[in-house]
Write a protein that binds this ligand. Sequence first.
Ligand code: TYD
Ligand code: MG
Length: 463
Amino acid sequence: MAKKSYTCSACGNVTSKWAGKCEACGEWNTIQEEKPLSAGPGSKSLGTKRGTAIELTDLATEEAPPPRTEAGVGELDRVLGGGLVQASALLVGGDPGIGKSTLLLQAAARFARNGLKVIYISGEEAAAQVRMRAQRLDLTESPVQLASATNLRDILTTLDTEKPDLAIIDSIQTMWADNVEAAPGSVSQVRSAAHELTSFAKRKGIAVIMVGHVTKEGQIAGPRVVEHMVDTVLYFEGERGHQFRLLRAVKNRFGPADEIGVFEMTGKGLVEVKNPSALFLSQRGAPTPGSVVFAGIEGSRPVLCEIQALVAPSPHAQPRRSVVGWDGSRLAMILAVLEARCGVPFTGLDVYLNVAGGMRISEPGADLAVAAALVSAREDASLPQEAVVFGEISLSGALRPVSQAENRLKEAAKLGFTAAIVPPLSKRIASSDVALTQVPDLAGFVSEIFGEATRKVDPVEED
Ligand code: TYD
Ligand code: MG
């Protein structure tokens, strides 16, 4: 009898025993039994039978860049690295309801208009539902072929006869391969379907875009293995209550990763946002304590956004630390540096940090802006409204320069900012429009900006 194996649908960890809780990631009820593939890898040793020799080439072999097709939507083309590459496999991940199907239907229509033969296969919605969406998006005229199907074998046969340039599979979790004895959405089904579709894309020279739902931990549901198989992984993210959506390249074999495209969800679908800084800052009012404008870089492009902090006496024994749009452990680090190096403690205070507009920042270059927002909120003193802030904080309290300072300052000047608070910049930055305040360390920053008045004592009364 074949040995059974069990796989965690959250992290992909394989064990020989079923358990209620995954040992690797600590999730509950995610372990599923997986039947071994009949003749899959690992089922038998290769033995001594000789294969055919593989042709080797040297590194200098001339290779033309892969042919690409642009969608004509700047925000999408940039994230793709300059357009859609022929014979590539892409995964678009995101929370349910964030707008993946909308994005891909609109992209399908654009690519079709630019001469590609496009097939859109929905495993989640009936064809009529997709048609209704197309109507709402004003896309009924575009030559996209549509089907509602989940049987992978039928889908591959159809694609093989129709020979499209681009096939969109919405979603990979609904696909069902009849050679795998498991329910659709299980790790082995998703892995098998993604593998079949990826190798089909390579073999037949068509581009395949797969939609993947994300689990609450932010992984493409179940198998991270899908991420390794495909050429490009894009995440579509945004806060539910906000209309902004970010398309982020987390992996791209044909272009830079970390590139973002910004869209706005409107009543007529997604509209690209060409100047995200203006949009993220549009709702700023009068100077407010705790509000700081961070001049960041997302991919190849500078993006300004507002970081907001709120600090209030805590009724709890363990004060709250709540973060939206930034890394929670990075916040803890900055609070610790503020306390240890600058004598600005946050003991007994609840701290809330928010990146406005549903933006998510992963750059350490935002450290100084976060620290500024925290101190500003704690001191109830606002920063000069015409100033942007950026810089990385090290554990010693020193400020480190960040990349592309000049681009950040240019973007700030473009949006009407006239001052910047930054770490010492290595070379002379040619910026006449923005007055630079260069501070070497966090303590210097706190006294420079908030003066000696900074309350250095714990505001909570001791018993
Ligand atoms: P959808 O693309 O179905 O999300 P996903 O495929 O990621 O699950 O989008 C769902 C949401 O988008 C839904 O709540 C309605 C909203 N929406 C608009 O606001 N405007 C539109 O034009 C469309 C088509 C959808
Ligand atoms: Mg959908």
